[in-house]
Design a protein around this ligand. Structure first.
Ligand code: ASP
Ligand code: MG
Length: 481
């Protein structure tokens, strides 16, 4: 299982823990024991952590509430944040003096957040830069707590803020890293820490610009932080710890017999992440592929379970259909008209208009007759997209080149993912037969050119049934059941 970690060639492991893995004293205690175990197996262990579960949401809410005049709210949330961190400190940090220092540092961070909220209240608006500084506080508090908890268990550990390691541009809330600079900074800071045998406990999610302003890598970005740090060192392996046994064949809350996918290719995981499976931040993959290092998704609460190994190339026996995901809460918008055939650039103008609204389009289909374009958008965007398109194409609508722009009822996308589909004929036949036999009507279909996935649009009421039926097509041998 984890035998690879015993081989001499493996020296450096980066472990990333998500919010639920550090969300309570019990969970964080579990993290400490995982670090203890792996520290015996690896020469260098690097820990990257998210904020405690829910903390980033709370921080962002505190900042946005003050802009709407709810000025008492941040104090209440701040007290709750202080209470949660302090409770964990009481349980996991044994040395009284250290515990006091950590609590003071955490309270200072919370005070800074309150001060920023007050500034926002005065200004009446929060810039993305201020939002990032506020959002970064969750991870900054967490590393102090976790490093001290690890230290309390007898393992030398040190909290490190990734503002010293990861350099980005100033695209606040979704900053882009400068890879070369990041590599240089990460090595410079971490090498001496690792040489002493100390475990660096690093903030996920956050980084800094050249001027030292705090940025973030986007929501859920701690996975990406781990990948960037792993690629920079370079590590041998990056393990992403979550609260399920790796990548699952379907969402276990929707499909009770969902199982772990033992091996998954980078292309498959990218497709799964794109189509709604929240296993891994999609940007995580590129740095690890480029650095040629291993990636594994595993469970903090079941650490000996092998989880899912991510690999760049699959072998034939690694399975055809791997997993099924769903995205709910969408509507299909159709632009149609016989005159569209002759109008140049309709597709380009359509998506340009949608992009201006900042709406993401998870799926596009166009009939070969070119008389309609059809794409999915989140239901909350439907009205504004239709309004914008109607005005963007006012001239074509007037001249009847475009007859109408309309939206379906609520739909969902069910995506079947598996790289083996490319070399296995008849998979789509199996998919449609199964759905037809179970009276699930397919409204639209899209197959990525990579042939790693087939996406089906079905009515909202049919999503659950489609998921259940298609999940049965996964061969038990393939899913490791
Ligand atoms: N704490 C950040 C978030 O909630 C980053 C992460 O958890 O990966 O988005
Ligand atoms: Mg996450």
């Amino acid at each position: 299982m984890i035998s690879a970690s015993n081989s001499l060639k493996n020296e450096t492991l980066v472990m990333k823990f998500g919010g639920t893995s550090v969300g309570t004293a019990e969970a964080m205690h579990q993290v400490v024991s995982i670090v203890e175990t792996e520290k015996q197996r690896w020469k260098n262990v690097v820990v990257v952590t998210s904020a405690l579960s829910g903390v980033t949401d709370t921080l962002l809410k505190m900042a946005s509430q003050v802009t709407t005049g709810q000025t008492t709210a941040p104090e209440e949330s701040a007290a709750e944040l202080a209470r949660r961190h302090s409770e964990i400190a009481d349980i996991l940090i044994h040395d009284k003096a250290v515990r006091q220092i950590v609590k003071t540092e955490i309270n200072d961070i919370i005070s800074q957040v309150i001060n920023l909220c007050k500034a926002i209240a005065v200004l009446g608006e929060a810039t993305p830069r201020v939002m990032d500084t506020i959002a970064s506080s969750g991870e900054r508090m967490c590393v102090r707590l976790l490093a001290a908890a690890i230290q309390s268990a007898g393992i030398p550990a040190q909290a490190v803020e990734a503002t010293r390691l990861i350099r980005t541009d100033d695209h606040y809330t979704d900053a882009h890293p400068d890879f070369a600079k990041t590599q240089q900074m990460t090595r410079a800071v971490l090498t001496p820490i690792l040489e002493k045998g100390t475990v660096p406990v690093i903030t996920g999610f956050i980084a800094a610009t050249e001027n030292g302003n705090i940025t973030t890598l986007g929501r859920g970005g701690s996975d990406y932080s781990a990948a960037l740090i792993g690629a920079s060192l370079p590590a041998d392996d990056v393990w992403i710890y979550t609260d399920v046994n790796g990548v699952m064949t379907a969402d276990p809350r929707l499909v009770p017999d969902a199982a772990t996918v033992p091996i998954c290719s980078y292309r498959e995981i990218a497709e799964l992440a794109y189509y709604g499976a929240k296993v891994l931040h999609p940007k995580t993959i590129r740095p690890v592929i480029e650095a040629g290092i291993g990636l594994r998704v595993c469970n903090t609460f079941n650490p000996e379970h092998p989880g899912t190994r991510l690999v760049s190339e699959l072998k034939a026996q690694d399975g055809v259909i791997k997993a099924i995901t769903t995205i709910r809460g969408l509507q299909l918008i159709t632009l149609e008209g016989r005159g569209m055939l002759g109008v140049p650039g309709v597709a380009a103008r359509t998506f340009e208009t949608v992009a201006k609204l900042g709406t993401s389009v998870p799926l596009i289909t166009q009939a070969s007759s070119e008389q309609s374009i059809c794409f999915a958008v989140p239901t909350e965007s439907t009205n504004s997209v239709i309004t914008m398109l109607t005005s963007a194409f006012a001239r074509e609508i007037e001249s009847r080149d475009i007859d109408r722009v309309w939206a379906t009822e609520e739909v969902g996308i069910v995506t079947v993912v598996g790289e083996g589909m490319r070399s296995t004929p008849g998979v789509s036949g199996r998919v449609f037969t199964a759905l037809g036999n179970n009276k699930v009507n397919v409204i639209a279909i899209a197959q990525g050119s990579s042939e790693v996935s087939i996406s089906l649009v079905v009515n909202a009421v049919h999503i659950q049934q489609a998921l259940r039926v298609l999940h049965q097509l996964i061969q038990p041998a393939e899913s490791g059941l």
